[in-house]
Design a protein around this ligand. Structure first.
Ligand code: PHE
Length: 386
């Protein structure tokens, strides 16, 4: 790399550059005729840092594989990742830099729905396809015709959680209390979908309480929840808050199971919540215990490269990247319109997180799994089909 390019990189300080120095480019995605640039924006740091890190690890594995297999029509894929710190205020700068300065042909990200909702309008405006690996709030892909996802959406996830709580042998909950994060579109939306589904299955919501991301003290909400005497408590938040909520719930004598959605998916959940999260449940996109050779092969390769068991985010990051590469191979050009058309025509893509077809709303329709925290480990319990 020339000293001039290094100096330019050092001057770009509005967002942290995590990997790769961006080449100034044109619409082909790179000034270098032998490579294609793609972007990733994610929470590499901040309170949900494992979301961004795992996703990036999954994407990197996919990039390594496609490049080893000869790339896309002879060109190597180059990934540029920017850290948005899990902060909506950082997202605009990170995504603008990817699409307007680096001229990436496509963007992968984000995990948290709030952050995808902030990044998607930038991609849409510049006509650059964005594929969210894991944002489940329905609004994300409604931003426009360039915005896709490879995961299921929350109306389904809410139903999955409701059906599980209502019908699972040994649980069969009648009364559930809800404690959701009012600052997150994901949490608020999932709480509403759960409530609808649980009531339509004959259950009752006995208490509904809210908190704000980063809150430290949940005593008031948990005291109200304790008084309502629930069979289970639904906590559709992100893992850092969930871990703290579980600790405080146990301290206050709430000993019924807590359960939630994919936002619990992090190796940090047990590190924060410890014993308090054992015997709790959450819905997710994949289980590392799935004996399917496609899944086990991915786990082996991921462990070799990153030295850890991949979580759902890593699997979704890998699938999002691989699905994008498959669409690139079919696209008549890598221009935004052609690439978006190719992505929208994806059918029966054999992903680690299941079979992925992109529907008319640019979403994926897939089954969900329920995991139980047992001795600090997410353990496969059951699969719920759409
Ligand atoms: N679905 C969550 C959201 O939309 C993000 C998430 C996905 C978190 C998968 C963990 C695992 O905000």
């Amino acid at each position: 790399m020339s000293p001039k390019i290094i100096a330019t990189c050092a001057l770009l300080t509005s967002v942290a550059l995590v990997s790769g120095c961006p080449s100034s480019g044109n619409n082909s995605g790179s000034t270098n005729a032998n490579e294609i640039l793609i972007g990733h924006y994610g929470s590499m740091t901040g309170s949900e840092a494992t979301f961004g890190q795992s996703t990036d690890n999954g994407i990197k594995l996919a990039v390594e594989e496609i490049n080893a297999a000869g790339g896309i029509n002879g060109k190597q894929i180059k990934l540029i990742t920017y850290d948005d710190k899990g902060d909506t205020k950082e997202v605009g700068a990170a995504v603008t830099r990817l699409v307007a300065n680096d001229h990436v042909v496509a963007v992968l990200g984000e995990v948290a729905s709030n952050l995808s909702l902030a990044g998607a309008p930038v991609c849409q405006e510049h006509g650059v396809p964005m594929v969210s690996p894991s944002s489940t709030n329905p609004q994300v892909t409604k931003i426009g015709d360039k915005i896709f996802r490879v995961c299921f959406i929350d109306p389904f996830q809410g139903y999955v959680c409701a059906k599980f709580a209502r019908e699972q042998e040994g649980l069969k909950a009648d009364k559930v209390a809800i404690l959701y994060d009012q600052t997150q579109a994901y949490s608020k939306g999932l709480a509403e979908e759960f409530e609808k589904a649980f009531e339509s299955l004959g259950g009752t919501i006995c208490e509904n309480q809210a908190y704000s991301r980063g809150d430290q003290d949940f005593t008031a909400q948990l005291t109200a929840i304790r008084s309502s005497n629930p069979d289970m408590v639904f906590v559709p938040g992100y893992y850092t808050d969930v871990g703290n909520i579980a600790l405080q719930a146990r301290k206050l004598g709430i000993d019924v199971p807590l359960f939630g959605g994919d936002g619990w998916d992090s190796s940090q959940l047990y590190e924060i919540g410890g014993e308090a999260v054992n015997g709790c449940y959450y819905s997710n996109h994949y289980s590392h215990e799935d004996p399917n050779p496609r899944v086990q092969d991915f786990i082996t390769k991921y462990k070799e490269k990153h030295g850890a068991i991949p979580d759902g985010l890593a699997a979704l990051g890998y699938d999002a990247a691989m699905l994008l590469f498959e669409a690139m191979q079919r696209a008549s050009s890598l221009g935004g319109d052609d690439l978006a058309a190719a992505i929208s025509q994806t059918e029966n893509f054999d992903g680690v997180t299941g079979n992925i077809s992109i529907d008319g709303q640019r979403n994926a329709v897939k089954p969900a799994v329920i995991l139980e925290m047992k001795d600090g480990r997410p353990t496969y319990l059951t699969t719920i089909e759409p």
